[in-house]
Design a protein. Structure first.
Ligand code: NAI
Ligand code: MG
Length: 488
């Protein structure tokens, strides 16, 4: 077992600073807050507690930067800078992955994968920077009309704790490609990697003010950022509840918001499915990152004829997963915080009530006395109306329902307010595509899970959010279309 992880003892500098206008400085109030290592429950580091005053300074710096060298370089040069940033991050991969693992709890191999994903995201967007083209509009011989794609200006990026650097790059990458400037508000549970990102920006030569980081609490720094009149676009990933607050704030300022709010993602498994493949995928989909994934495969909708066999196999595979500190590189780390531990174990306790059955796991692994560890857990024989069937648990918990007809499966899949991702496992292409057509979700994955990458748009419908990230649509979030008409 890994001993206590103290950031200083590990040689990881405790930041205690914000990053504003290219400089690392304390919050104006001098306040800091603790971030905890969830595998030991010990304080890992102190971060600066930014508030509205700091947000004002950061937004002012970002606004100045929209008129500085960042505006005057060519899009190709902007792209080269983002490529350089990707290279710098890759060069610091181990240090960043370690910090992410300590701060969030995730296994080191997952953190390394996250850093590689960040690099791929930045490179995708870097390559697009000089390919963002407007259109010519046919209005007849007496007019020439065309569109200019212009940077949206200062953009706010409110980031969750499950993929601190990954979610940061998912929105900051395209914002930079579009020529925007940015103010980032990391989650209070995981503020450290954003400061490493800031250091990489300095090393890569990103001009001061283009990227700013204000660590702090959602209700303070986050809310101030949403309300700031000079912020011209907001990208938020997190809970539905906070998403509604952010959207209301955006509405007051009449600014666009992209919201990614999670899901309770249905996976329909039909009798003709390749169950071996489905078990491997769902194991990762439900328990990867300890289930703290917006697109986790958390709601299994199983045909009655394969229900027991599938769950037997899934439980058997889950029993072989190892749980432990992220630095020990087990399959599952702890969940991120005491609050999330309480929330997830509360759902598991509910799952044991009202006829539902704890099919696998459900407790703290016996060998782990401290830390926010939860075994991979499977709940079945549960009513679709049960709270564990309906609400996003955001922990290593899969809930299984059963169906007899396709109509029932579709109704179950569409029965919740969420609509982020859905999955279908079947050998019949017609069945797969019928379900892909009929399921209400932003993404449908057939015979696979976590299909996609930085090129493929993602986002939710209904309560799962507004707008799309990644791919070329993800860059459009950071551009304004200006129409220019000339009478000849
Ligand atoms: P949250 O939605 O409160 O936090 C996400 C981000 O929003 C953080 O950076 C936070 O500081 C910020 N924030 C909080 N209140 C704000 C406000 N009033 N104005 C502006 N920004 C604000 O999520 P929380 O409480 O950490 O987690 C609760 C649940 O949310 C989880 O159990 C999970 O179900 C869901 N969640 C979903 C995520 C996803 O990937 N879609 C990511 C994180 C959480
Ligand atoms: Mg919160």
């Amino acid at each position: 077992m890994t001993a206590t992880h103290d950031a200083a003892a590990l040689g990881i500098e405790t930041p205690r600073t914000l990053f504003i206008d290219g400089a690392f400085e304390a919050a104006a109030s001098g306040a800091t807050f603790e971030t905890v290592d969830p595998s030991t429950e010990n304080v890992l580091a102190q971060a600066a507690r930014g508030d509205a005053t700091d947000v004002d300074r950061a937004v002012a710096a970002a606004k100045r930067a929209t008129r500085g060298p960042w505006r005057d370089i060519t899009p190709a040069e902007r792209g080269r800078m983002i490529f350089r940033l990707a290279d710098v991050i890759l060069a610091h991969k181990e240090e960043i992955a370690r910090i992410e693992t300590l701060d969030v709890g995730k296994p080191l191999k997952e953190s390394r994968g996250d850093v590689e994903g960040v690099v791929a995201t930045l490179r995708y967007n870097a390559g697009a920077a000089d390919k963002l083209e407007g259109a010519t509009i046919p209005l007849g011989r007496s007019v020439i009309d065309f569109t200019l794609l212009e940077s949206a200006g200062v953009t706010a990026h409110i980031v969750p704790w499950n993929y601190p650097l990954g979610m940061l790059a998912r929105s900051v990458g395209p914002a930079l490609a579009a020529g925007c400037t940015t103010v980032i508000k990391p989650a209070e549970q995981s503020p450290l990697s954003a400061m490493l990102f800031a250091r990489c920006c300095v090393e890569a030569g990103i001009p001061p003010g283009v990227v700013n980081v204000v660590t702090g609490f959602g209700e303070e720094a986050g809310a101030a950022l949403v309300a700031h009149p000079d912020v011209r676009g907001i990208t938020f990933t997190g809970s539905v509840e906070t998403g509604r607050l952010v959207y209301a704030g955006a509405a007051r300022g009449l600014k666009p918001a992209v919201l990614e709010l999670g899901g309770k993602n249905p996976v329909i498994i039909l009798p003709d499915a390749d169950l071996d493949r489905a078990v491997v995928d769902i194991l990762d989909g439900a328990f990867g990152n300890s289930g703290q994934v917006c697109s986790s495969s958390s709601r299994l909708i199983l045909h009655r004829s394969i229900h027991d066999e599938f769950l037997d196999r899934l439980a058997e595979a889950a029993s072989r997963l190892t749980v432990g500190a992220g630095l020990d590189d087990c399959d599952l780390g702890p969940v991120v915080s005491a609050e999330q531990y309480g929330r997830v174990t509360g759902y598991i306790a509910e799952g044991g009530r009202n006829g539902a059955r704890l099919r696998h796991g459900g407790g703290r692994p016996k060998h782990l006395g401290r830390g926010y560890f939860i075994e991979p857990t499977i709940i079945d024989r549960v009513d679709p109306s049960h709270v564990v069937s309906r609400e996003e648990i955001f922990g290593p918990v899969a809930v299984a329902l059963s169906f007899d007809t396709m109509a029932e499966a579709t109704a179950l899949a569409n029965g919740l307010g969420y609509g982020l991702v859905a999955g279908v496992y079947t050998a019949d292409i017609g069945t797969a595509l019928t379900l892909a057509r009929d399921i209400e979700a932003g993404s449908v994955w057939i015979n696979g899970w976590f299909i996609g990458g930085q090129q493929a748009p993602t986002g939710g419908i209904k309560d799962s959010g507004i707008g799309r990230e990644r791919g070329l649509p993800g860059i459009m979030n950071y551009l304004q279309i200006k129409n220019v008409g000339i009478r000849l």
